[in-house]
Design a protein around this ligand. Structure first.
Ligand code: ATP
Ligand code: MG
Length: 422
């Protein structure tokens, strides 16, 4: 019943319709339901016929129990029982904060389905520019009709130039204000803010997108308690420490989808006569990273005189320079990940990127670092967690081609520090 209703957001989700549907599903007459819930049968009738505008909370709880509703259904029932907030003179706002989705969205079928099926919290991780935000926003727009009490979008600025990650207390204050909680009612302490936040969203159906989280600690206070809410988090770091979370690690795009993103962004007239092989070569030079593919396509669109062959030659010649357009640049995006590393991690990143071959094992990693396998392995794990390193097969490691470009372009002055043992 609920599933059907949720697929049809325009359907009548009034209290009466819901109650009647659930009562019929339970094969109960109005009299039987009244008896089970220990309510007067007139109350049940008036609720189903919309004659009772403001039912008591206890009546609603008793009915939910008698109908055997699950958590999600209870949240739907509670929202319907509250009715439109204006009718109650309640100042609670309905925030609609989702940014516009990408004009062209390709692929990610599996991830989109997974996000739609996830019960409460989903965390999307992956390297810089792989498409975490694009996917979260795209999925959120599709999910929005199921969350009529609001859609929140909070940029946690885990990786923004010139900004430190947002303090969770500040993020909570912003969210509370979005629900019209007056400033003077927002408590001082982060725990009290989190408790108030959980109370505000408890029996509401709210979708929350937390974009670019630095780590689990930044996200934890913003986890809703109610089952009627859905949270989508994006992060360059694997958020393994969040309980009850479904994790989706995004990889670069398959060649066919990367070519589709390239051609649709560049515009058909720019690629009309291009041999398919050249387009595949271009997206491969971009490491099939959506950010890089988009930048390359935008550059081609801006230069009508260029052929795709010319673009490919430029990408072969000086890839990092070519993958920069205005304020968008692959190097700048990766720099932000690099800046978040500890000194030890930076050192091992530079060593591995410059000395070891294309693919390597933990023994080679330990040798070039002049350290033990245990210690080398721990640092490799840390680089894997922030997606600066890949593990194509168990115990085998490599850098994404664009990450390798990045590490090789780091200023030479930094090489001096790597000599000492650690
Ligand atoms: N599936 C996709 N379809 C179309 N465009 C995409 C897709 N994925 C990503 N893009 C585009 O690629 C660029 C980078 O994507 P996005 O900003 O989502 O990456 P990100 O993983 O969030 O990066 P960061 O770690 O820097 O936040 C954006 O311009 C985005 O619109
Ligand atoms: Mg992002």
């Amino acid at each position: 019943m609920t599933v059907e209703l949720m697929r049809c957001p325009d359907d009548d989700l009034s209290l009466g319709t819901l109650l009647r549907g659930w009562r019929e599903r339970a094969l109960l007459t109005q009299e039987q339901l009244a008896q089970r819930a220990d309510l007067n049968v007139r109350t049940v009738r008036r609720l189903e016929n919309r004659g009772l505008q403001q039912p008591r909370t206890t009546s609603i709880l008793l009915l939910a129990e008698a109908l055997g509703l699950d958590g999600e259904e209870r949240a739907v029932l509670a929202a319907a029982a509250r009715g439109p907030s204006a009718e109650r003179g309640d100042p609670v706002a309905v925030p609609r904060q989702l940014p516009a989705g990408a004009a062209v969205f390709v692929g990610r079928e599996h991830e989109r389905t997974a996000l739609e099926d996830t019960a409460t919290v989903a965390a999307i991780d992956g390297m810089a520019g792989v498409g975490k935000t694009a996917l979260a926003v795209h999925a959120a727009h599709r999910l929005a009709p199921r969350f009529p009490d609001g859609q929140l979008f909070v940029n946690l600025h885990g990786h923004t130039r010139g900004m430190t990650p947002v303090d969770p207390g500040d993020a909570l204050a912003r969210v509370l204000r979005a629900f019209d909680v007056p400033g003077e009612r927002i408590p001082e302490h982060v725990d009290d803010r989190a408790a108030l936040y959980r109370g505000v969203v408890a029996d509401r159906r709210v979708l929350i997108v937390l974009d670019d989280a630095a780590d689990e600690d930044q996200v934890r206070p913003l986890l809703p308690a109610g089952r009627g809410c859905r949270l989508i988090v994006t992060s360059r770091r694997r958020l393994i420490g969040l309980d009850g979370t479904r994790t989706l690690s995004l990889d670069v795009l398959p060649a066919r989808e990367a070519v589709a993103l390239f051609t649709r962004t560049a515009g058909p007239e720019q690629v009309m006569d291009a041999p398919a092989g050249v387009l595949v070569e271009i997206v491969e030079r971009c490491g099939r990273l959506p950010l890089a593919v988009r930048i390359a396509a935008v550059r081609l669109r801006a230069r009508p005189a260029w052929s795709v062959g010319h673009l490919l030659a430029r990408l072969t010649d000086d890839r990092p320079a070519e993958l920069t357009a205005g304020r968008h640049s692959v190097t700048a995006a990766l720099d932000l990940s690099y800046q978040r590393l500890s000194e030890d991690q930076r050192r091992v990143y530079r060593l591995l990127g410059s000395i070891v071959g294309a693919e390597f094992g933990v023994d080679e990693a330990a040798a070039v670092q002049g350290t033990t396998v245990v210690r080398a392995s721990r640092l490799l794990d840390q680089l894997l967690d922030v997606h600066l390193l890949q593990e194509p097969a168990p115990g085998r490691f490599r850098f994404h081609a664009l990450v390798r470009d990045h590490v090789r372009a780091l200023p030479h002055g930094t090489w001096g520090e790597v000599a000492g043992p650690f």
